[in-house]
Design a protein around this ligand. Structure first.
Ligand code: ADP
Ligand code: ZN
Length: 655
C-alpha cells in the first residue's frame, strides 16, 4: 500500500492503523494481500447440488465432508446452538477449530452461509480448502474478473452456494447489500471479529457498520469469531456487532504445543541465527521485525548464512510479496522475515517457529503473531530477543504519536503489559493467560519454567542510578540517556565525561561492581516498572512515579539476572525430525509425502490443502488396502476419497 501514513514508524498494514487514520478514497483494502495469481481459484467448480446436507445431523456432515469423527471442545455445542437459530460469540485460539463452527451450520441450515473475512488471502485459503472437500464455496473480491463475479452472484441468487466469503468493505456497499437480499442466508459469520475493536490492534473501520446486519437480516443467526480474548475486546465485539443475546463460548486460550522463550537482546542477528540453527532442518518459520529496513537487512543476513529467508513488507511490489508468500506456503523450510503486514490470514498449519527481533506493541499482538506457529498442534517455538533499546524506542514512539491523550494512555497500557511479560520471573504462559483473564498453573514448557531465572536485590543499584539522575538535574539542569549515565556510574573516561566535568559528580564511578550489560539490564527493568521514564527524542531518563519510594529505600526492587551467555552458533540446522511417525511406518510416510508434494504441485495448491500431516500419518499406520478402509481415516471426507482414494491406495500397495 502506498498510502501516506501519519506514523512513519508503523507499517501501514492492517494491523497498525491508529484510531484517527482515515483511509484515502482509492483505498482498496482487499487488493492488498492478494495471493499469487495461480492460487486464485475462481468459483468452486460447481459440483453436484449438495442439498441433501440440509437438515442432516451435524455429526454426519462432519464425517462426510471433513472426514473427522468427532467435534472438538465446544464445537458441538456451538454448532447445535447456531443450527437452532441462536447468535454466538466464539472466542477460540488459533488452530482451535473455529471454521467448522460456522461451516457446519451453513451446510445444515437452508440457504447460503455468509462469511465476513478481512483479507483476501484468508478467503482464498478457506475457499480452496472447502472446494477440496466438495463444498460449494466462493468469494466476491477484487481479484475476480467481472464475469467471475457475475457467475458467483448468479449462483448465490439461485441458491447454489453453501458458503460465500466477502470483505467488510465490499459487504457495506449498497450493491452487495441488494444482492444479498435476493438470495437466502443460512447464517452470518463475522470472522476475525476483533477488527471491530478500537482498543485492539487490528482495527478496521468497516467492521463498525456490521452491526446493521441485525436489521438487514432478521432471523438469520449471527456469529462473531476471534482468537483475541481480552475482556475489553470481548465486550466491544458484543456491543458493536449488536449481539446482546448471543451466547458466549470462550475456549481456553492456552496453546500447549507452543514453547515461549524470551531472551535479553545482545547481538540480535547472531542470537536469531543461533535460534534458527537450533530448529529442525526444513522447519518453516516467521521472523517479525518492526521496520522495513530491518526486515530487508535481516533477510539478507540470514541468506548470507545459508538460511532460505525471504523478506515481506508492505513496501515491496505486490508481485514480489505474492511470490514470497506463495513460496512460504508451498516450499519446505522457508523463513519469512516480515513486518506485521504478514501473517493475518496465513493458514499454513505447519509453521514451526515465530521469532520476534523487536518488541511487539501489545500482548494481543504478541499472542496473535506467536499463535501462527503450530496450528497443527505439533511442538513449536515462540522466541523473542528484547532489550533496553526496545523499551526506549517504544516509549518514545508513544510520546511522539499523534493520537490524543486517551490513545496514548491506551498504548502505554499495552506496552506495560508486554513489558511485564518480558520481565516476569514466573511462568510466561501463566502471565499470558492471566492477561486474557484465564488462570493456569506453571506450564513446564517455557523458558522461565525450564530454567528459572535468578533474581537479585536491585535496590542499591537503582538508588545509585536514580541519584545520579537527580544530581545532574538539580545541580546542572541536565538529562541524559542510558549510555552516558552508565558511563558515569562505571567511572568511564570518555570525551564527553571530560568535557562536561562529570568525573566531579559524587556518583562518578560508584557502579563499577556491575558490567555495562548488567547496568543496561537494570535500566531496562526500571523502565519496564515505571521507576524510570524515557523522554524526548533522545530517550533521556527521568524519574518515574515509583522512584521516590526507591530513593527512600521503601520499595523493594527485585530484579531478574539476565543470563547472557556467549552466543554459540552451530554451522547447520538440526536434521529434520520426522514428526511422531513410528520407525516402521516412516518409509511409507515419506512416500506419501512425496506423492502429496507432486499432487499439490500439479493442482497448484499448497500441500496441506491435499492432506494434512495427521492424515498421512494415519494412512502410514493403518495401511488401508481397499476403498472402504479409507472411511475412518481422519481428514478424508467423501470428496477427497473420490479425488485421491485410488492414488493413495496405489502408493500404499506399491510400498
Ligand atoms: P481456527 O480457524 O480456529 O484457527 P481451524 O478452523 O483452521 O482453526 O482448524 C484448525 C485445524 O484443526 C485445522 O487443520 C482443522 O482441519 C482441524 N480441525 C478442526 N476441527 C476438527 C475436528 N473436529 N477434528 C479434527 N480436526 C479438526
Ligand atoms: Zn511456563
Amino acid at each position: 500500500m502506498s498510502a501516506p501514513h501519519p506514523d512513519s514508524w508503523t507499517e501501514p498494514g492492517f494491523d497498525a492503523f491508529p484510531d484517527d487514520w482515515v483511509p484515502p478514497d482509492d483505498w482498496a483494502p482487499d487488493d492488498e494481500f492478494a495471493p499469487p495469481p495461480d492460487e486464485s481459484t475462481a468459483v468452486g467448480e460447481a459440483s453436484a447440488p449438495r442439498r441433501h446436507l440440509t437438515g442432516a445431523d451435524p455429526l454426519s456432515v462432519l464425517a462426510e465432508v471433513y472426514g473427522y469423527d468427532a467435534f472438538r471442545g465446544d464445537q458441538a455445542e456451538i454448532v447445535a446452538h447456531v443450527v437452532a437459530g441462536g447468535d454466538a460469540v466464539v472466542l477460540m485460539p488459533t488452530g482451535g477449530g473455529k471454521s467448522v463452527t460456522y461451516q457446519v451450520p451453513a451446510l445444515v441450515r437452508e440457504g447460503t452461509g455468509l462469511v465476513v473475512s478481512p483479507l483476501i488471502a484468508l478467503m482464498h485459503d478457506q475457499v480452496d480448502a472447502l472446494i477440496a472437500n466438495g463444498v460449494r464455496a466462493a468469494y466476491l473480491n477484487s481479484t475476480q474478473t467481472p464475469d467471475e463475479r457475475r457467475l458467483t452472484e448468479q449462483m448465490f441468487v439461485a441458491g447454489e452456494l453453501d458458503l460465500l466469503y466477502v470483505a467488510p468493505e465490499r459487504l457495506n456497499l449498497p450493491a452487495t447489500k441488494a444482492l444479498l437480499q435476493r438470495g437466502r442466508l443460512s447464517v452470518i459469520a463475522i470472522d476475525e471479529a476483533h477488527c471491530v475493536s478500537q482498543w485492539g490492534h487490528d482495527f478496521r473501520p468497516d467492521y463498525l457498520q456490521l452491526g446493521a446486519l441485525a436489521d438487514d437480516f432478521p432471523g438469520v443467526p449471527r456469529m462473531a469469531l476471534t482468537a483475541t480474548a481480552t475482556r475489553a475486546t470481548h465486550r466491544e465485539i458484543a456491543e458493536r456487532l449488536r449481539l446482546p443475546d448471543a451466547r458466549h463460548f470462550v475456549a481456553s486460550f492456552d496453546r500447549p504445543n507452543i514453547q515461549y522463550r524470551i531472551e535479553p537482546k545482545v547481538d540480535p542477528r547472531r542470537q536469531l541465527l543461533a535460534f534458527i540453527r537450533s530448529q529442525p532442518e526444513g522447519a518453516a518459520g516467521i521472523v517479525y521485525a518492526l521496520s522495513r529496513k530491518s526486515v530487508e537487512q535481516t533477510a539478507d543476513y540470514l541468506r548470507g548464512q545459508g538460511i532460505d529467508a525471504l523478506p515481506y513488507h508492505a513496501g515491496l511490489p505486490a508481485p514480489v510479496r505474492a511470490s514470497h508468500q506463495s513460496r512460504f506456503l508451498r516450499d519446505d523450510g522457508i523463513v519469512m522475515v516480515a513486518t506485521i503486514a504478514f501473517g493475518m490470514g496465513i493458514d499454513k498449519p505447519d509453521v514451526r517457529f515465530v521469532a520476534h527481533i523487536d518488541l511487539p506493541k501489545s500482548v494481543e499482538g504478541y499472542y496473535q503473531e506467536t499463535g501462527r506457529a503450530g496450528r497443527d498442534g505439533e511442538p513449536s517455538v515462540a522466541w523473542m530477543a528484547y532489550g533496553l533499546g526496545d523499551v526506549v524506542q517504544q516509549r518514545r514512539m508513544i510520546d511522539q504519536s499523534e493520537g490524543d491523550l486517551a490513545h496514548k494512555r491506551r498504548m502505554q497500557q499495552h506496552l506495560d503489559a508486554m513489558l511485564a511479560l518480558c520481565e516476569t520471573v514466573a511462568c510466561r504462559r501463566q502471565n499470558l493467560l492471566g492477561y486474557f483473564g484465564q488462570e493456569s498453573g506453571a506450564c513446564g514448557n517455557c523458558d522461565t519454567c525450564l530454567t528459572p531465572p535468578e533474581t537479585f536485590d536491585g535496590l542499591v543499584p537503582a538508588q545509585k542510578l536514580l541519584s545520579t539522575i537527580v544530581r545532574l538535574q538539580r545541580e546542572r539542569g541536565q538529562a541524559f540517556g542510558a549510555g552516558h549515565l552508565i558511563d558515569i556510574l562505571r567511572g568511564a573516561d570518555t570525551e564527553r565525561i571530560r568535557r562536561m566535568g562529570h568525573a566531579q559528580l559524587a556518583t562518578y564511578g560508584i557502579g563499577q561492581d556491575l558490567s555495562d550489560a548488567d547496568w543496561r539490564s537494570v535500566v531496562r527493568q526500571l523502565l519496564a516498572r515505571g521507576i524510570l521514564v524515557a523522554q524526548g527524542e533522545y530517550g533521556t531518563l527521568a524519574l518515574g512515579d515509583d522512584a521516590s519510594g526507591v530513593l527512600r529505600g521503601e520499595t523493594p526492587v527485585p530484579l531478574r539476572r539476565d543470563t547472557i551467555g556467549r552466543v554459540t552458533v552451530s554451522r547447520t540446522r538440526k536434521p529434520a525430525a520426522s514428526a511422531d511417525v513410528a520407525d516402521g511406518d516412516r518409509e511409507l510416510f515419506e512416500a506419501l509425502r512425496a506423492w502429496r508434494a507432486e499432487t499439490a504441485r500439479e493442482q497448484g495448491v499448497p500441500a496441506y490443502i491435499v492432506f494434512g500431516d495427521a492424515t498421512l500419518r494415519a494412512l502410514a499406520e493403518q495401511r488401508p488396502s481397499r476403498p472402504g478402509e479409507l472411511e475412518g481415516i481422519t481428514g478424508i471426507g467423501a470428496k477427497k476419497r473420490e479425488a485421491y482414494g485410488d492414488a493413495v491406495l496405489e502408493v500404499i500397495a506399491a510400498h
